[in-house]
Write a protein that binds this ligand. Sequence first.
Ligand SMILES: [Zn+2]
Ligand SMILES: [Zn+2]
Length: 140
Amino acid sequence: MGISLDILCRSCGWTETFRLGMGADIRLAQVAGLAAEDQRQLLSTLLKAHPDHAGEFEFRLWRCPACSQLVEQLHVSLLYGNGRHWESAHCCPMCGAPLLRLEDPEEVTALPCPQCGEPLLEIETLEFWDELQSDMQPLP
Ligand SMILES: [Zn+2]
Ligand SMILES: [Zn+2]
């Protein structure tokens, strides 16, 4: 089961919804199209070439140490072929810096707001999700 949370800035009103974790019955091929754009094609090729792959995947929350952006990205760790391993890389969509993972969403309360820079972020609502969302497209 995944969680979905709204993060709100008490200073400037910035708010954004993030989806984390993964639904119970979702398979990697169903969400691989949501991987970072530059890695989608490679992931698609690997999945098709290695139907016996084993992988772990989930949405994770990341922060950019350079520009304070908060980002939701699909993380994939894939075992395929003869003991080979591929893992997704994560870069800031705004400035390209390598992203840092926030293991615990509560960590945002100590971070600067992506918009105004004040450390006044809070988690407003938290819900659970299990179903495929409409923006989850299978790979072409
Ligand atoms: Zn703010
Ligand atoms: Zn950045």
